[in-house]
Every structure is written in structure tokens, then in C-alpha cells.
Design a binder for this molecule. Structure first.
Ligand SMILES: *Cc1c(COP(=O)(O)O)cnc(C)c1O
Length: 480
């Protein structure tokens, strides 16, 4: 592609993205295509001769776009947000344009040093202890795997790396912990049987006395407790494990403490949300995702460690072809995680923090928290609906419950209610299961979500509930 063609389509696509940002509301939030539908529209074989970009862009619009679920839609209330933002997208374009590999300092000194600086900024922005050092990982899953691998090495005196894993080590997480903990435990060789799930209280937070009981019992049985994963903001309900008490148990028993704050870490931008970080001095590693709620497009996961030496010793490799003359003066992030090749992710984080400012990001989080409280108020006012978990951040867990149905029927009704709400294409909510109950999750955190979107969603939910109820009442479920 020549320079002029690149410019022509470059401008065209930037225009397209700008329009997408302003018009995304016009699309159905959740793709309505059927399984296999997109595939049938794509050729079996790649083209032998190159095609004009024009044709590819046309197919993008005609074939691909209808199969896209619009995460940047202001009525995105499913899962958690995965926000982008205009400055982040522009930085991503530059990153692609530069096409650098950030594996060691000399493969792009500015990338390595910018990563160090923005991670220090980020640490201070959310109030983590001064001594912690950060590195950008692709996802929280990878960061948690790094934590589990480091804990494994620390507890086997770095012998697992040399000889393989022998003695069984135990890992603890709450019953509400994210599935990435189980995945990490399997991948790091602990074995799923050595992951001990600790019961949670009425608010779905880990019960510290149950943690200590499990640790003591494991020791008595001759097992070696190694690592605790505490969740600040669980995926189901955003429950907050009591970090201070868990940290104290880890200190007493000499355990590695990893904190998964993938979504809720962003809330710590606000002083008033930092209570959850009490006990952080004792924490060995911490992860949160700017790619969820902090306007930095996927992927960008911030991993902080108390002792980078231990992390680097876990991953250190120095083949001859990667040695440089500066290795003792600089950070070579290749040794701070699993991957060798690394994207220049610090650039988009820097663009976002500089253009929004700490205050701009705080304002966004505060607004989302306000909207969640508003929605929670509506749920509490309506007798047919029931709040199902504390609203700690910007997620509201609720269900339809008019008091006339069994738990089993309620599960079926709420499942159908969610299907209908989402089939409207106007909003997208997801669900979870709490103590066997089917629960709807209203997750508010998209960059462009305003009060009117939350209000429209609430009206739609009530309307669908009315309709569902009437149809059931008439003993008819096909509709007219
Ligand atoms: C989203 C989430 C994760 C996984 O994040 P990835 O970056 O997609 O790996 C882990 N833990 C919690 C609590 C989450 O909400």
C-alpha cells in the first residue's frame, strides 16, 4: 500500500471511528446473529491476489459489523465495562504505527521508561504503598498467574524452576473468587485439588476465621500453605474481602498475599473508596485492570509487586542473544512476566491519564457510583423487585420477586426476563447465580453512560416484567 492510499483510508477510518463513537447508540447493544451466521458469509479460502482495501472495508461494514456486540454502547450494562476512549484509541494507533517490541530496555528505551513512570503514577493515583513497583500485563488472569508462579518459587526456594514441582503447596481464595485463580492454580502446577475455597459471609466476602481454620488444618495434615488470593470487588457481586484481617493471617502464617481488584481497583482513585486497601502494606502483589473501568482500551492490566526481585527471579532468562550492556542499570520487562515480546501499552495509559487528568477519571467513577445508587434506590422502591447484594461500587444485583413464586419459578422467570430485556437490543445486562438464585447484574460503567440511559433501562426492565407477568397470568406464553 502506498503512502497516499494509506492516508486516504486512514482518514476515512478515523472518521468512521469518530462517527461510531457518537452513533454507537443506534446499534443493538448485543449482536443478534445466530451461531455460524457470520461464517457462512465469509469465503472458505484466502484471496490469492491482494484485494483493494475498499472491498475489505465494505465487507467489514456489511459482514463483520452486524456480528459485533457493542461494548462501547452507553446502554452496556453487562459483565463489567471494557472501556476505550478517544485518546486511548489514538495512542493505540500510534503503538501500531511504531510497531515496537518492548521486551528489553534497548528494544525501545522510551517504552521501558514510560512504563516505569506511568506505573508509578498509577500506584500513587490509587493509593498503593510507595515501595510497590508496577508492570503492565495483558490481563488480570496473567497477572494472577505471575503471582501464583512467584509464590510457588518463593515457597520452594526457587527449586521448582530448576527441578520441577514436587511438594504440594496450598492456595486459598474465596468461593466467589474469579475463575482466573483456578486457571492460574492449574497452569502453575499447584493442581486444582490444592485450591481451597473459603466460605463467604452474607455479603459474599471471605470469612477470615474460616481462612485461618483452613490454613491451620492444612498445616496439621502436613500440607504447606503458600498463597492467599483476596478479591476486592468480586465478579459476581463486587464483594470486598476484608483485606486487613486476611493480611494479618498471612503475616502470622508467612503466606504470599495476592490481591485481585481487576474491576474495583479503579474505584480507589477516590479517597472515599480506599478503606478496602487497609492492610496493603502486607500485600505481596496486586492487580487491577485499567482496561475495564479506566478508559484504556483492552489490553492493559496493571500488576504491582512489593518485591520485584522475587518476580524477576521467577522469570529471569538470559540467553546470549538477549544480553545487553545496560542490564544492571535498566528494567528489562521481559523478566517481569510470561511473555518475551511485549506491546507498547504504556503509551495509551499515558495518553489517557494526561488528557483526562486524575480529576477527570475521578469524576467519571463518582458519576457511575452515583448512577448505581440511583438504580439501587429504584429497585428498593419497587415491591416486585429485590436487591440481591450490597452495592459497593457501580454494580447492582437484583431480581424480579413479587412474593408469589417458588425459588424454582423465580429462577425461570428471571432467566426469561433477562432474555427478553436483552432481545430488545436496547440494553445488555448479564446474570449470575447467588446461593442457587438466578440474579440479574446491572453493571454501570461505560464511559458515555448518562442518567437517561440508566432510566431507560429501568423502564424497559419494568415493562418487560409487566408483559411477562401478564402473559403468564393469561396462561399464554407465545405472545400475539
Ligand atoms: C474481569 C476479572 C478478571 C479477569 O480479567 P482479565 O483481565 O480478563 O483476565 C479477574 N478477576 C476479577 C475479579 C474480574 O472481575
Amino acid at each position: 500500500m502506498d503512502k497516499e492510499t494509506f492516508k486516504k483510508y486512514g482518514y476515512e477510518l478515523v472518521d468512521w471511528i469518530a462517527d461510531y463513537f457518537s452513533d454507537v447508540e443506534r446499534y443493538p447493544v448485543k449482536a443478534t446473529v445466530k451461531p455460524g451466521e457470520i461464517k457462512t458469509k465469509l469465503p472458505w479460502n484466502p484471496p490469492l491476489e491482494g484485494e483493494p482495501l475498499e472491498a475489505v472495508i465494505k465487507d467489514f461494514k456489511d459482514i463483520i459489523l452486524p456480528g459485533i456486540t457493542h461494548w462501547q454502547h452507553p446502554s452496556w450494562f453487562a459483565y463489567f465495562p471494557a472501556n476505550n476512549s478517544p485518546p486511548s484509541v489514538l495512542a493505540e494507533l500510534l503503538t501500531a504505527g511504531l510497531g515496537v517490541q518492548c521486551m528489553v530496555w534497548q528494544t525501545s528505551p522510551a517504552a521501558a521508561e514510560l512504563e516505569e513512570v506511568v506505573m508509578d503514577w498509577l500506584r500513587d493515583m490509587i493509593g498503593l504503598p510507595q515501595g510497590m513497583a508496577g508492570v503492565i500485563q495483558d490481563t488480570a488472569s496473567t497477572a494472577t498467574l505471575c503471582a501464583l508462579l512467584t509464590a510457588r518459587e518463593v515457597f520452594t526456594r526457587f527449586e521448582s524452576n530448576e527441578k520441577g514441582f514436587r511438594e504440594p503447596l496450598r492456595v486459598y481464595a474465596s468461593q466467589e473468587a474469579h475463575s482466573s485463580v483456578e486457571k492460574g492454580v492449574k497452569a502453575a502446577g499447584y493442581g486444582k485439588e490444592n485450591l481451597s475455597y473459603i466460605p463467604t459471609d452474607g455479603n459474599y466476602a471471605m470469612i477470615p476465621t474460616m481462612l485461618e481454620k483452613a490454613v491451620v488444618e492444612d498445616k496439621e495434615r502436613g500440607f504447606q500453605p503458600a498463597c492467599v488470593v483476596a478479591s476486592l470487588g468480586t465478579t459476581s457481586t463486587t464483594a470486598v474481602d476484608p483485606l486487613e484481617q486476611i493480611a494479618e493471617i498471612c503475616r502470622r502464617h508467612g503466606l504470599w498475599l495476592h490481591v485481585d481488584a481487576a474491576y474495583a481497583g479503579t474505584a480507589a482513585l477516590l479517597e472515599e473508596k480506599r478503606d478496602m486497601l487497609r492492610g496493603m502494606e502486607q500485600v505481596d502483589s496486586f492487580v487491577f485492570n485499567p482496561h475495564k473501568w479506566m478508559l484504556t482500551n483492552f489490553d492493559c492490566s496493571a500488576y504491582f509487586v512489593k518485591d520485584p526481585e522475587l518476580l524477576v527471579r521467577t522469570f529471569d532468562i538470559s540467553p546470549e542473544y538477549l544480553k545487553t550492556g545496560f542490564d544492571d542499570q535498566v528494567k528489562n520487562y521481559r523478566d517481569w512476566g510470561v511473555q518475551l515480546g511485549r506491546r507498547f501499552r504504556a503509551l495509551k495509559l499515558w495518553f489517557v491519564i494526561r488528557t483526562y487528568g486524575v480529576k477527570g477519571l475521578q469524576d467519571m467513577v463518582r458519576e457511575h457510583l452515583r448512577l448505581a445508587q440511583l438504580f439501587k434506590g429504584w429497585i428498593k422502591e419497587e415491591s416486585r423487585f429485590e436487591l440481591m447484594a450490597p452495592v459497593n461500587f457501580s454494580l447492582v444485583c437484583f431480581r424480579f420477586n413479587d412474593g408469589f413464586h417458588s425459588e424454582e419459578e423465580l429462577n425461570r422467570i428471571n432467566h426469561e426476563l433477562l432474555e427478553r430485556i436483552n432481545a430488545s437490543g436496547r440494553v445488555f445486562l448479564s446474570h449470575t447465580s447467588l446461593k442457587g438464585r438466578y440474579v440479574l447484574r446491572m453493571s454501570i460503567g461505560q464511559r458515555t453512560t448518562e442518567e437517561r440511559h440508566v432510566r431507560q433501562a429501568w423502564e424497559l426492565i419494568r415493562r418487560e416484567a409487566d408483559q411477562l407477568f401478564q402473559e403468564k397470568f393469561r396462561g399464554c406464553c407465545t405472545g400475539d
